[in-house]
Design a protein around this ligand. Sequence first.
Ligand code: NAD
Ligand code: GLY
Length: 350
Amino acid sequence: MNTVTIRASKTYDIHIGSGLLPTLGEEAKGLGKARKVCIVSETNVFPIYGEAAKQSLEAAGLEVVSFVFPAGEESKCGEVFLKLLNFLAENKLTRSDLIVALGGGVVGDLAGFAAASFLRGIRFLQVPTTLLAAVDSSVGGKTAIDLPAGKNLAGAFYQPSLVLCDTDTLNTLPQDIFRDGCAEVIKYGVLYDPQLFAHLEEKGLAFDRESVITRCVELKRDVVMEDEFDTGARMKLNLGHTIGHGVEAKSHFGLSHGKSVATGMAIVCRAAVKNGLCDGETCDRILNALKEFGLPTATDYSADELYTYTLSDKKRSGGTVSLIIPRAIGDCAIVPTPVETLKSFIQAGL
Ligand code: NAD
Ligand code: GLY
């Protein structure tokens, strides 16, 4: 097992390794004071891991209630959020009790926002069960729900008290969803770590999970400790996301987040080469890695369409959109791009 410690507005550990789920009860108990725990999960994950989580918590002397909602992004909404808050109130959880988020990013974002809101904040543990959640959403305290006007429009920065990443849970993840998480893993290599990127190039999908997840979490730790509230350095984590969100929104969320981010990364790389910001060899390495992991690098959408949907993303600030541009593997720049030039930039990358 590896442990990474985050020191931000809250200090907490992230444990990563095989066979960790049965230790959930002792870990939760070790946080002190809790009597009751609410497991928040969804209909795909709870049937596989719910019982093991419950047993471990009960064996540690904790009373357990479970809130299970239909799997899928559609559940990350106001209605399910309010249902969850009412469930916590009906079950009389107190400020010393705990929420356990057992699932992927959807569970973590929803349960985290409920934890931030219920009684003005109760402690929560993240138990990520997707690769994306392990390397990204469970770490760093961004919590959110979607509104009819757009994704992640209501939320809070609220750090968990512990993250328990049992790499065995990834064994039941459908391959396609595992690949989606790989887009985020490749992103960390491109942003910060040539050695990690080279490891991914060499190993492909057979990369060592425990060490690669740990490395990604260490890289995210550094970013979160520098810029917890996303006003500067944390923006770099948006590599591929700004135009990727345009792709995702244009597909009406038919194309997954990971594949949209991969497409966004590929568009930005090609456009960066045409604009003299990145060399061709770096771009080719990134495109080849994405292909090697079975991720898309092209889209049929036009520059006009992508421009419109990219502008509706919340990452726009006044008249500029901050694009994250790879200059070399491990070296990316935040480039504020005026909206007037965004369309031609996207066109260059198609
Ligand atoms: P998800 O939670 O919907 O999980 C993807 C699919 O995998 C679902 O069908 C789920 O039921 C299934 N699943 C999860 N774990 C499983 C397992 N171990 N075995 C079998 N099936 C399993 O999606 P995700 O990709 O994990 O997360 C996407 C969400 O995360 C989005 O809502 C996105 O906005 C959010 N996100 C948040 C942050 C953040 O910093 N808070 C960062 C990135 C993404
Ligand atoms: N997933 C982006 C962030 O945590 O900032």
